[in-house]
Ligand binder design. Structure first.
Ligand code: GDP
Ligand code: MG
Length: 191
């Protein structure tokens, strides 16, 4: 019977990358095809049970629109964790993530745990799965996927050099979503 440890977590990233959808998937195990945009910010909580501890995430979901940028410090100021989200089908959304990470490293808690999530992985169609041909398997993996603008290798390398946890996710089908929160929970020290 463990007492939950409260952890303030903030979601950041360009508008429409799927921040609110990731939260909705994690908290309610739901997905909405045409989710209305977040205005300002939204607050939700969800517990995450590990073997040795229970983390209660206090999740601050922010609006991605530029006109709300000035509100962000209010959300990340005391955050112990941040999830920065991009859309794997939009390379500009990874640039936005990089500017958020720089801002967090300058202004947020120096011990903040940051996770990078490349969302909408369900929109990437792998040619490999549809036309399996062992003779062709030596070919570049990048030509085998359509829809993708950010490669796993590129994002993973960036995450590694910057010290971020890295995930590819789909709020639509749930892939990878729980892992983000579980891996963050594991990295939160017990005081
Ligand atoms: P936010 O502005 O970052 O909070 O993005 P939303 O969660 O509002 O999502 C923006 C749009 O992308 C909505 O129409 C969602 O249904 C859609 N969406 C979000 N996540 C995914 C995903 O993983 N896959 C697909 N195919 N669509 C998604
Ligand atoms: Mg939103």
């Amino acid at each position: 019977n463990l007492k939950p440890v409260n952890v303030k977590l903030v979601l950041l990233g360009e508008a429409a990358v799927g921040k609110s959808s990731l939260v909705l998937r994690f908290v309610n195990n739901e997905f909405q095809e045409n989710k209305e945009p977040t205005i300002g910010g939204a607050f939700l909580t969800q517990k995450c049970r590990l073997e040795d501890k229970v983390i209660k995430f206090e999740i601050w979901d922010t609006a991605g629109q530029e006109r709300f940028h000035s509100l962000a410090p209010m959300y990340y100021r005391n955050a112990q964790a941040a999830v920065v989200v991009y859309d794997v089908t939009k390379s500009a959304s990874l640039d936005k993530v990089k500017s958020w990470v720089k801002e967090l490293q300058r202004q947020a808690n120096p011990n903040i745990v940051i996770a990078l999530a490349g969302n909408k992985i369900d929109l990437v169609h792998s040619a490999e799965e549809s036309e399996e041909d062992p003779a062709e398997s030596g070919r570049e993996s990048s030509v085998r996927e359509s829809g993708r603008q950010v490669s796993t290798e590129e994002a993973k390398a960036y995450a590694l050099e910057t010290g971020l946890l890295f995930f590819e996710t789909s709020a639509k089908n749930g892939d990878g979503v729980r892992d983000i929160f579980v891996e963050i929970a594991k990295k939160i020290p017990l005081e």
